[in-house]
Design a protein around this ligand. Structure first.
Ligand code: MTE
Ligand code: MO
Length: 545
């Protein structure tokens, strides 16, 4: 029994070491040939694209912006289990193990090659990595098998000592035949081969760690943070309204009118952040146009830039949820760009594509109607953060991010909704998706303990491009009270609100609802996120003492 367990453990360890070497070497080669060939990231990205919508919504709700870390951890766990099975099989018959590695390679190559914009050369890191893994597997299986075979001739398995006593007069290093040559036979049972196994294992660990480390270092040369910090944003041709003190209510815990870049929510399908060097960036405008455009980042910066406060929300935001933010964006007019390209009659969709192949479909009509639809380069006075689309992204007031806000945008195809479906529309989300009129209670926090007496109930309400006309709050099922509204620079942003509540002891539930600039009041009916955004009133239950 012990022997069996031991054999399985050695097999599992063999598999893990072979897989680790494969992944380390693959990363190293990807560091040389380009990040698109990195197989673990490619497998993860493929998994994201293949994830059913309910699972993706679950991940966003429960893991938030850690969803990608959780996914990567999951991939490593599955890989490790698979590797252990391969190792155990390989000890029975090497061919089984090699077949397992071939499956490993096939999965990696399939993932790499089905990524948008990948080429045949991107299979090289996986191939080299798996070859290294196969070599490690072979050497470890041989080293582990040899003593067992010899033991059968010399002594029963259980008698093998844990530590082999050195033979008198012989230096430990010379204790056996040439290291790593398992079948050299003779001598004390197991000693040379155990050492051969350990040496090969150490080599595999070094290969894995060294490869991964060097690969990571090489990959970091694609990092654009230095290029980003060298960018000087031009002054806007159209300046946004001066940030009026009136946009901020003095209520501790309320969402600030302007969300900082660091705390702005991030939602996208990118497992590793696209690194798009500004000097290589190009935006192509093509499709149903009279004149194709191809502009560089320098040309984009030379266009008249508009500064505007715009609230962006994610369709995956639950009622009361965190996936909404407001920033001061700087960007060129998308409408002006389309006018230059001269959109042909019949086109109704801008299909935008990011550098990593994500797509987004935006109504041309909406972009052309005079609102601040932007090709943005700046966020709160800085170049776009890499996580928010550096060097350029789209932004269209009123529309959910998945139909308007392409980050790392590189391509605008003028087309029709009938002809082409974008990423989330292919997965069943609505083609047209204006942000729903919503309000959120920021304070008091859910389940807070509140002192009896006057207590501010406060938060934000948004209906981008329709504006917020009123916010009402009620405690329990009492009557609705008008909240006081902060000033806003326009109709494209959220609006802070506060209501002074005379809190009485007991357990109370507060609810909020808002009325937008079209006089539509936020409905109480709860509908799920899928397919075009949740509705319902945000409520918070607190204890007053
Ligand atoms: N390239 C790319 N752009 C994207 C996405 C994406 O997955 N890839 N997601 C969109 C979605 S669903 C939202 S809600 C917004 C979020 O923008 P943020 O991360 O800057 O807040 O980006 C949009 N732009
Ligand atoms: Mo989103």
């Amino acid at each position: 029994m012990r022997g069996l367990l031991g054999a399985a453990a050695i097999g599992a360890l063999t598999g893990l070491l072979a897989a680790a070497a494969a992944i380390g070497v693959a990363r190293l080669v990807a560091g040389i040939t380009g990040s698109a060939g990195e197989p673990v990231i490619a497998v993860g990205s493929a998994a994201i694209d293949l994830t059913p919508v309910p699972v993706k919504d679950f991940a966003i709700q429960h893991f938030g912006s850690h969803d990608k870390t959780v996914l990567l951890a999951g991939i490593y766990v599955v890989l490790a289990l698979f590797a252990m099975v391969i190792g155990i099989l390989a000890r029975r018959r090497l061919a089984y193990g090699l077949a397992g590695l071939a499956v490993f390679a096939a999965l990696g190559i399939a993932a790499v090659e089905t990524r948008p914009f990948s080429g045949p050369g991107d299979a090289v890191p996986t191939l080299v990595g798996v070859a290294a893994g196969a070599l490690v597997l072979l050497l470890l299986v041989r080293a582990a098998a040899a003593p067992a075979a010899r033991r059968a001739e010399t002594s029963p398995p259980a008698t093998e000592p844990a530590v082999v006593p050195p033979r008198p007069g012989v230096q430990p290093d010379e204790a056996g035949p040439a290291r790593g040559t398992p079948a050299s036979g003779g001598g004390t049972a197991g000693a040379p081969d155990r050492r051969g196994f350990l040496l090969t294992a150490a080599g595999a660990v070094a290969l894995a760690a060294g490869g991964a480390g060097a690969g990571q270092a090489l990959l970091s040369r694609f990092n654009v943070s230095t290029a980003r910090s060298a960018i000087r944003l031009p002054r806007p041709a159209v300046t946004g309204p001066a940030p009026s003190g009136g946009a901020e209510l003095a209520v501790p815990g309320i969402s600030p009118f302007t969300t900082t870049n660091g705390s702005f929510y991030r939602v996208d399908t990118a497992l590793s952040l696209p690194q798009v060097p500004p000097e290589q960036w190009r935006l192509r405008v093509h499709g149903m146009v009279e004149r194709e455009l191809d502009i560089t980042f320098d040309q984009l910066l030379k266009r008249p830039l508009t500064e505007a406060d715009i609230t962006l929300a994610c369709v995956s935001n639950q009622v009361g949820g965190p996936y909404v933010g407001n920033a001061r964006w700087l960007g060129a007019s998308l409408a002006a760009l389309l006018r230059e390209a001269r959109v042909r009659r019949g086109a109704d969709q801008i299909l935008s594509t990011s550098s990593d192949g994500w797509t987004c479909g935006t109504p041309i009509e909406t972009v052309m109607d005079g609102r601040n639809a932007l090709l943005a380069v700046g966020m709160n006075g800085q170049p776009l953060p890499v996580a928010h689309g550096f060097p350029a992204r789209m932004l269209v007031p009123e529309l959910y991010g998945y139909v308007s806000a392409t980050k790392w945008v590189v391509d605008l195809e003028i087309t029709t909704f009938a002809a082409q479906k974008s990423y989330w529309v292919q997965r069943g989300y609505s083609t047209r998706a204006p942000i729903k009129t919503e309000s959120r209670i920021d304070v008091p926090k859910p389940l807070a303990q509140v002192k009896a007496g006057r207590t501010p109930v406060a938060g934000v309400a948004w209906a981008p491009h329709r504006g917020i006309d009123a916010v009402q709050v009620r405690a329990d099922n009492g009557s609705w009270h008008d909240a006081r509204l902060a000033a806003v620079p326009g109709i494209d942003t959220w609006r802070q609100w506060v209501w002074e509540w005379d809190a009485r002891p007991g357990l109370h539930t507060l609810a909020v609802r808002t009325t937008d600039g079209t006089h539509a009041t936020q409905p109480s009916r709860r509908v799920p996120i899928f397919p075009n955004g949740a509705t319902g009133w945000d409520t918070v239950t607190v204890t007053v003492t």
